[in-house]
Design a protein around this ligand. Structure first.
Ligand code: DGJ
Length: 727
């Protein structure tokens, strides 16, 4: 203990600047040796001016990582029960290092308690150009006895503004990311989840915080934050008696006191944030850029279009039917056929969701040639082959459960509760981790032509009891998520190039830690295109188009195939329907729309997103993507349910080069059918008779100040417009 004390005393006052090109987070060591936040805001010309912690009233000092039991009366970042039962932790600055990196800088700050052997390292990666900071903490037990930690924040940020407006994204199956904003008043607002195996269902692991005013698309200061943790998370927003706000992103400590063994290090999840001075639009673009460059699996790579069979067949298919669907995939012009749930289980074939999960062998009676026959059929049809798995789960009616009932979470002394007739496997257990890894490994080792996985997770953890952890049940939730990451890291290491979709009974899993291992995620089982306009609007706040799987299905047949396809074309385009439901004109339309999407994919997937007109504001919505060099843009405009004789507004574009001249061309136009039933495809030439703007050339300045007449007064009408700058 004396040694620890000696090194803490050696500290001199220090200022630590964590800076991107647009944001400064300035920390200071005060004369008491403790670390305080002096400033978080727009970049300052002279950072020293913000460094004067001593000038702040003592009860208004913002400790960067406050421990429990100190003089601060609000939520701490760290709470620990030391080996002797003492509940107080006071951390003092020891040292810091700042290293320049290719993306900006990484800072490591070491704090230590003078009396107890607890050390905390705070990490900050500042991505200069993207204006994103990724931060996490590591809590270390340097003592000889275990200690219990029961609060372990990833970070703690403070704000001093006139008012705070929180936008949260509440969810449920098929109604993901409903955005709602409220003003925070004195006290705490907590957004959290306790689902165990996934972050989201009722709440999503991201938020927007309008500072001084509610967050808007292109104005105002807004903090946008997200936690990379595929399990129980908690965001605490606490306004204190002085009107200051603290924001605490963390693993949810609910039922999760962690015993930190001697020498053990507890790494918190990453908290990723951007502070935009120009509203959520700029904030989203910053996070999208960061995700594509540094986080999302194959973030800078291409994406495949696909035909999925789930909504078309559910569990009822055989080899013959699948071969037919592969040919349909080829006829549509997509890259891949994706076989969904229902292909496995022999003793308990997966005919419905009540049996077979866990037994990852092809149902011989259904698919006698196994996966090799399927990959061959796909090759013959000229498409790639992808397959659905849900490896973390088990149906009690399965050979796996018969062999290993203790691999699933079940209560030894209470009735078992089932969610979708299944149980969650205990990923704390190393054999379960091997089992989950082997599901992917066996398929790929035996079938190297499998080109894609859809990885599902349909149940939260039910029956909170691990037969493996015995008397350490409080480690269940955190250990489970760490077990999942062990498996995903092994898979990524062995198969770095296999694209995978993350799915969780709709959009239940979409945090940025999971997305290190997945190229895209499934937003929602709700594919009604009108609902999707809202759902995609919500998820696009944090995720780039290439991460958002968007499929055209038969939900809401009142909407034309054009409307449905145009909505899905704003994301990673796919289909989940049978060609039998498409007329000849529909099919021609879809084929052409896929060609257009493939041609424009560099702009849609890698361009800058501008959300122009919100569906939350009325009966229309518009979104555009602009190429980074501003030479091209794609505008998607939708009329949902306009009022009678409503005054239709023009759509003002954003992000164009004011000096460039753009030619406007409507694409994805619907073919017509003549009296003889022949399909007449629209020409690729502009048709001002159909749309007065078609073929016109405007300056970027005009398009951004005056706009395009892209909306109409018709219900469920959609328009896709390509804008090309003159070279
Ligand atoms: C839930 C997913 O969200 C669906 O797309 C589908 O894969 C089913 N699971 C299969 O059980």
């Amino acid at each position: 203990m004396l040694l620890v004390l000696a090194s803490v005393c050696a500290v001199r006052a220090q200022r630590i600047d964590i800076s991107t090109d647009k944001t400064d987070l300035i920390l200071n060591v005060a004369d008491n040796g403790r670390l305080y936040q002096s400033y978080l805001g727009e970049t300052l010309a002279d950072k020293a001016e913000a460094a004067n912690v001593a000038a702040q009233a003592v009860d208004n000092r913002w400790e960067v990582y406050p421990g429990s039991g100190g003089e601060d009366y609000y939520e701490p970042a760290l709470a620990a029960t030391h080996a002797d039962g003492n509940l107080t932790t006071i951390l003092k600055y020891v040292s810091h290092k700042q290293m320049p990196t290719a993306y900006g800088s990484e800072t490591e700050i070491t704090l230590r308690d003078e009396l107890y052997p607890v050390e905390v390292k705070l990490y900050y990666q500042a991505y200069s150009k993207e204006n994103v900071v990724k931060t996490w903490s590591v809590i270390i037990n340097n003592g000889k006895k275990p200690i219990d930690i029961w609060r372990y924040a990833s970070a703690l940020l403070y704000f001093d503004r006139a008012a705070y407006y929180l936008t949260e994204f509440s969810s449920e199956w098929a109604r993901e990311v409903r955005m709602a904003t409220q003003q925070l008043q004195f006290g705490k607002k907590i957004v959290d989840s306790k689902l165990g195996s996934r972050a989201a269902m009722h709440a999503q692991p991201f938020f927007e915080l309008g500072l001084s005013q509610p967050a808007s698309e292109s104005e105002g200061e807004v903090l946008m934050g997200t936690l990379g943790w595929t399990g129980n998370f908690q965001f605490t927003f606490e306004v204190d008696h002085l009107g200051n706000l603290r924001v605490i992103p963390a693993i949810n400590p609910y039922a999760s006191t962690w015993e930190l063994k001697p020498g053990e290090q507890f790494k918190t999840p990453d908290f990723i944030f951007t502070l935009s001075q120009n509203g959520t639009g700029e904030g989203s673009r910053s996070i999208h850029d960061w995700a594509r460059h540094y986080q999302l699996k194959d973030g800078e790579g291409d994406r495949m279009t696909l035909l999925n069979n789930w909504e078309n067949t559910y569990f009822s298919f055989d080899q013959e039917l699948l071969e037919k669907l592969m040919k349909e995939a080829q006829a549509l012009g997509v890259d891949m056929f994706l076989l969904d749930d229902g292909w496995f289980g022999n003793k308990y074939p997966r005919k419905n969701d009540r049996a077979g999960l866990g037994d990852w062998e092809v149902t011989r009676s259904k698919l006698p040639g196994g996966i090799p026959a399927l990959t061959k059929a796909a090759k013959d049809a000229g498409v790639k082959f992808g397959i659905w798995i849900e490896p973390e789960m088990v149906n009690p009616k399965s050979e796996l459960f018969e062999k290993h009932p203790d691999w699933a979470y079940t209560l030894p002394n209470r009735d078992t509760y089932y969610f979708r007739n299944q149980l969650v496997l205990d990923l704390n257990r190393p054999e379960v981790q091997d089992h989950v890894f082997n599901v992917v490994d066996t398929i790929l080792a035996n079938n190297p032509d499998v080109a894609y996985f859809k990885w599902d997770c349909n149940s939260p953890i039910t029956n909170i009891f691990s037969h493996y952890l015995k008397d350490k049940q409080q480690q269940l939730y955190i250990g489970h998520v760490r077990g999942l990451y062990n498996v995903l890291a092994r898979i990524k290491e062995k198969y770095p190039d296999v694209p995978m979709m993350l799915c969780s009974g709709g959009g239940g899993r979409c945090d940025y830690e999971a997305l290190k291992y997945f190229t895209e995620f499934w937003l929602s089982d709700n594919t009604d295109p009108v609902e999707r306009l809202y759902i995609q609007w919500g998820f696009s706040q944090f995720f780039p188009a290439k991460a958002m799987s968007a499929h055209v299905t038969d939900w809401n047949r009142k909407a034309s195939i054009k409307f449905r396809t145009d909505v899905a074309s704003m994301g990673k385009l796919g289909f989940d329907l049978g060609l039998k439901n498409l007329s000849a004109a529909d099919l021609k339309y879809v084929q052409k729309a896929i060609q257009n999407w493939n041609r424009l994919k560099p702009v849609i997937l890698d361009g800058d997103l501008y959300r122009l007109v919100s569906p939350y504001d009325g009966n229309h919505t518009a979104t555009s993507y602009v190429a980074p060099d501003q030479s091209q843009a794609v505008l998607f405009a939708f009329d949902i349910n306009p009022r009678f004789d409503e005054k239709i507004q023009k759509v003002k574009l954003q992000g164009l080069d004011p000096a460039k001249r753009y030619t406007v061309r409507e694409i994805n136009r619907m073919p017509t059918t003549d009296k003889a039933g022949n399909v007449i495809e629209p020409s690729d030439e502009p048709d001002p008779k159909q749309w007065a703007e078609d073929g016109k050339t405007y300056s970027g300045d005009y398009l951004m100040k005056v706009g395009l007449d892209a909306f109409t007064g018709s219900s469920l009408h959609s328009r896709v417009v390509e804008l090309n700058a003159a070279r």
